[in-house]
Ligand binder design. Structure first.
Ligand code: AMP
Length: 113
């Protein structure tokens, strides 16, 4: 068993962070370094999948649950529109190898992609 990830430690209450929403298998927190007016992380409670490619192959229903939670949160925290970003791999900027979706919302009319 690998060391608990930072997100597992947050879920277990070992690192302070407000859990803004939970479903059966996923939870959400605010990113500590927000890149948009609303920047949430939607995270499976299990850390067994390192990235979105592993998650899609191993548990597509859980990936669908993450997207549903992202959609709910974008409606609660912004106007319902959102950008969903999964970094996969260190060369793409991934720093935490416990799969998570960045939910970016609010004032994103100026596109960067
Ligand atoms: P990534 O670079 O895609 O792996 O994203 C990891 C994200 O986790 C970064 O955007 C960090 O700002 C965020 N992060 C790291 N530590 C914490 C923390 N303790 N609470 C909230 N967000 C965090």
């Amino acid at each position: 068993m690998s060391e608990p990830s930072i997100f597992t430690r947050i879920l277990n209450g070992e690192i302070p962070s407000e859990i803004v929403a939970q479903t059966e298998n996923a939870f959400a927190i605010r990113d500590i370094h927000p890149q948009a007016p609303v920047h949430l992380l939607v995270i499976p409670k299990t850390q067994q999948y390192r990235d979105v490619v592993e998650l899609a192959a191993g548990d597509p229903a859980l990936l669908t649950e993450l997207i549903g939670l992202a959609n709910t949160l974008a409606a609660e925290h912004a106007d319902g529109d959102f950008r969903l970003v999964f970094n996969r791999g260190a060369n793409a900027g991934q720093t935490v190898f416990h799969v998570h979706a960045h939910v970016l919302a609010g004032g994103l009319e100026e596109r960067h992609l």
